[in-house]
Design a binder for this molecule. Structure first.
Ligand code: ZN
Length: 141
């Protein structure tokens, strides 16, 4: 048995969420802050997308942000799309100096530019190995 078989929760994408994945209320998005120029990138990255510097510090990103802009997806995308429609997709401005593309929770008819949002980590589905795949979204506060 591979060690991965013992893991009950896995992130939807590697190097994106803080560990451990339980309790879910403690999970945060990870960012990488460049020590040369101060740019913050999403996830754990090995070089800065602004200055190509390679001295980066992994930081937990803020759990609160504001809605910078959004769109509403009303038609189910093809393929193995795991969500439900209609769903919101937004750019969430965080106080850390980064805008993050994220699914949005809540009532799509009530979205407003500038509204306050909170980060939510949640189990999206259970994979074939019986592991919960943990995804994230931002919900209206
Ligand atoms: Zn940089």
């Amino acid at each position: 048995m591979a060690i991965n078989d013992l893991v009950k929760q896995i992130p939807v994408r590697e190097k994106l969420l803080s560990a451990p994945l339980t309790p879910l209320s403690d999970v945060r998005l990870l960012g990488s802050k460049c020590s040369s120029c101060g740019e913050v990138s999403l996830g754990e990255v090995s070089s800065c997308q602004n200055c190509a510097g390679e001295s980066l510090t992994t930081i937990p990103l803020s759990a609160r942000g504001t809605l910078w802009t959004f769109t509403v997806i009303r038609n189910k995308p093809p393929g193995d799309f795991k969500g439900q429609v209609p769903m919101g997709e937004g750019l969430v401005e965080l106080p850390d100096g980064i805008r993050v593309k994220s699914p949005l929770g809540g009532d799509v008819e009530r979205y407003q530019i500038g509204m306050e949002l909170k980060f939510v980590a949640y189990p999206l589905y259970v994979n074939d190995n019986g592991q919960e795949v943990i995804a994230f979204r931002f919900d209206p506060v």
